[in-house]
Design a protein around this ligand. Sequence first.
Ligand SMILES: Cc1cc2nc3c(=O)[nH]c(=O)nc-3n(C[C@H](O)[C@H](O)[C@H](O)COP(=O)(O)O)c2cc1C
Length: 348
Amino acid sequence: MIKTKLTEMLGIKHPIIQAGMGPYNTTKLCAAVSNAGGLGIISSIGMGVVALGFKPLFGFENLSPREQMLSSIQTIKKLTENSQGIFGINVPVAVEFQPVAGELINAALEARETDSEVAKRLKVIITSAGNPEPYLESIKESGAFHFHVVPSPYHARKVERMGTDLVIASGHEGGGHVAFDPVHTMVLLPEVVRSVKLPVVGAGGFCDGTTLAAALALGAVGIQMGTRFIATQESEFLPSYKNFVRDIKDTRDTVVTKGLFGNLRYLKNPAVLKMQELARSGAPEEEQFRFEIKSMEAIETGDVENSAMPGGEVAGRINEIPTVKELIERIVKEAEEIIRVKLPKLVV
Ligand SMILES: Cc1cc2nc3c(=O)[nH]c(=O)nc-3n(C[C@H](O)[C@H](O)[C@H](O)COP(=O)(O)O)c2cc1C
């Protein structure tokens, strides 16, 4: 077992957080991670897009953000009844998403308030991609923990002053949205640790025991993984997406390009190269936007050549699709072995 401030704070077994993965439904994945002793996270962008005028995708229904969030929480509560696993939600608070961010956060707080079982186990609200200040007071009042994702020591210090409980330092190698300044985990994580008194979790590039041990050595209290959890048996991602992650063999096979809400890192394929070309050639915003939406939707057909699939550089290090339990237990065992056996041997 690896005990850190993160495991103690939340009462979880392993210092591993499953990343919120925006447009995709991660209800079952969240339950599997929570059952395996990590922190499972409900992703929420897909719950909000209908209210913003888009059609529901990736297993989401034509419901309000509040109804979707409450339904996902109830499903996870049931699926984790035996393990009494701990879970949380991720809500991006970018300006573009603000019309629904408050509704999603309030739905989770409402569930905590009206259901003692949920209050006991839905312990964390993770915000990202914007300013969490308008939501902090109600989160803290409800007794939940607040974590915020940051791309720099500057942002970490800023949210520390606001009263957040933990920061997640997210390096540029990560999948999905990335900051405009390309600072990677190896530089970002230890500098964020040095800059704040809060506990810090590392995100971007983590996938195994070696990288967990490295994060702990850099001063983190745990890791958050996105891309690695896509390629697991229980994740709701379509088999074609999972297989695509598994089959990437080169750490260069991702592309950062301009997306709807800022820069995103995608798995490299013809669709994403076309997106990059449209952005670079200065094509009209409307055309870029239409192409991005079409490419995001295409994954539902299983057509991986014409789909835009967010994913991190670490896809080049992922070669199989294990169960979540196998994955988490293997990561922790490998990290323990490195910390207990391999590293001490180097000190003479
Ligand atoms: C498919 C996908 C969707 C993502 N959507 C979100 C999101 O909605 N909110 C968020 O804070 N981060 C999002 N991210 C970033 C992850 O939360 C996480 O920080 C990142 O995946 C970590 O890097 P890794 O992919 O190397 O593990 C997404 C990542 C992926 C791969």
